[in-house]
Design a protein around this ligand. Structure first.
Ligand code: UD1
Ligand code: MG
Length: 454
């Protein structure tokens, strides 16, 4: 099997985006458009892809990291010139080269695989993707000869009025025979209008060489949405969201209203989970089976187990084990870890804390930098006063503790197993196990009956 490598062009300025951020780093369903394009060509190649960087090279390269090899194009003299920059790196590496643009995030790996397949059966040096569309959107037009074979790609800026009417468009994905490509790039004429070297001119070069050019006509125009403006970005986002939602539904997830459900690429959801409207699942998030999530919920970078219920919550960097219920109006921040069966009711906030199985905090509490033992009850309005103005301190609460309503726990602090605090207590010193402490500041006033299971 022939080796296949790929070159993704990402050096252009993206002037039409009117942005300080390089165009290819604008996100789509949570990932830069470049990430989507890179993943697609990577799957269709046998060798690691090459990304041509230029405008905002530092930022783009930092994002790419180890996912691809980057080559600098400086100055940026057009798409043909861009591919030429990869010649010294790639010449001799593979027999087949995929070339595509990083601003087309909806072209999936399957269409690239079909393109490679088309080129495999082509005795000529290049196959390209085309699409029929009523709205040309500034794309290059495919000029065919009387016998139906492809003759050239004509860019809109240089098209004659007759050519401008052509409805078969250049998608912007090509598969070349490598040796032919590296030579042909040097033969691209400089475009008199802009002084650029257009990759699209390689098609006419193949035809002039008397070699056949193959076109893979794709059925779906939306696959070919190239992003040049923020209007295109929104169109592509809507289409990608639709695809992501559809895949989850086909996997057994109920979306009450897909149109108001925002699930980023890479999020996983178990079967029989129901997602209510206006819910955002973002970043590295996984949700287990049989959960009820939303409405009005944002979950980012969280792990949610099976059978959990989350209502009107904002969660980031948190872990919920199984059968945890949260909300309405709950806030979970980084490092919040709610074990099996934890109940966190309304208007609570948890940060960097472990709540052991069966902990209940029903109403209006802040728990930060704490560890809470099994079956402990946190009364309404309890606050861990974890910050003394300079440093954060830890609060350790044992198992089967009863924290009375409106208790202030002034950290650092350890509350023993089975201890109780009275309503309104301001606890500034440790409380031994099975002891009742009350008042401001709280004093231990009574040893409690030992708990049954001691
Ligand atoms: C290009 C095609 C057009 C096709 C359309 C599909 C050319 C000449 N035209 O036009 O036929 O229908 O895409 O979307 O190829 N880039 C570089 N270096 C450069 C110039 C551009 O890396 O010097 C990169 C850009 O970052 C971008 C891609 O190439 O990712 C395409 O450039 P863009 O300016 O968007 O070309 P289009 O006008 O869309
Ligand atoms: Mg473009």
């Amino acid at each position: 099997m022939a080796k296949v490598t790929s070159v993704l062009l990402a050096a252009g300025q993206g002037t039409r985006m009117k942005s300080d951020l390089p165009k290819v780093l604008h996100p789509l369903c949570g990932k830069p458009m470049l990430a989507h394009a890179l993943e697609a060509v990577r799957q269709a190649s046998t060798e690691p892809p090459v990304v041509i960087v230029g405008h905002g090279a530092g930022q783009v390269q930092a994002f790419v990291g180890g996912a691809a090899r980057c080559v600098l194009q400086e100055p940026q003299l057009g798409t043909g010139h861009a591919v030429m920059q990869a010649e010294s790196l790639l010449r001799g590496e593979a027999e087949v080269v995929i070339v595509s643009y990083a601003d087309m995030p909806l072209l999936g790996p399957d269409v690239f695989q079909r393109l490679v397949e088309t080129q495999r059966h082509n005795p000529g040096p290049v196959s390209l993707m085309t699409v029929m569309a009523d709205d040309p959107r500034g794309f290059g037009r495919i000029v065919r000869k009387a016998d139906g074979t492809v003759e050239a790609i004509v860019e809109e800026v240089v098209a004659t009025p007759e050519q401008a009417k052509i409805r078969e468009l250049n998608v912007g994905a090509y598969c070349f025979s490598a040796e032919w490509l590296w030579d042909a790039l040097h033969r691209i004429p400089q475009n008199p209008r802009k002084g650029e070297y257009y990759l699209t001119d390689t098609i006419a070069l193949a035809v002039a060489d008397g070699l056949p050019v193959q076109a893979l006509v794709i059925e779906n125009f939306v696959d070919a949405i190239g992003i040049n403006t923020r209007v295109h970005l929104a169109e592509a986002e809507a289409e990608m969201r639709r695809r992501i939602n559809r895949a989850h539904m086909l996997n057994g997830v109920t979306l009450i209203d897909p149109a108001s459900t925002y699930i980023e690429a890479g999020v996983t959801i178990g079967r029989d989970t129901v997602i209510w409207p206006n819910t955002y699942l973002q970043g590295a998030t996984s949700v287990g089976e049989g959960c009820k999530i939303g409405p009005n919920t944002i979950i980012r970078d969280c792990t949610v187990g099976d059978g959990c219920e989350v209502l009107a919550a904002v969660m980031e960097g948190a872990v919920l084990e199984n059968h945890v219920d949260v909300g309405p109006f709950a806030r979970l921040r980084k490092g919040a870890h709610l074990a099996d069966g934890v109940h966190m009711g309304n208007f609570g906030e948890v940060k960097n804390s472990y709540l052991a199985p069966g902990v209940k905090m029903g109403h209006f509490s802040y728990i930060g930098d704490a560890a809470i033992g099994e079956e402990t009850n946190i009364g309404a309005g309890t606050i861990t006063c974890n910050y003394d103005g300079v440093r954060k301190h830890k609060t350790v609460i044992g198992r089967e503790v009863f924290i009375g309503s409106d208790t202030m726990l002034v950290a650092p602090l350890t509350i023993g197993d089975g201890a109780h605090t009275g309503a309104g207590a301001v606890v500034t010193r440790d409380i031994p196990p099975d002891t009742l402490a009350v008042g401001v500041p709280a004093r231990a006033i009574k040893k409690l009956e030992k708990r049954d299971n001691d």
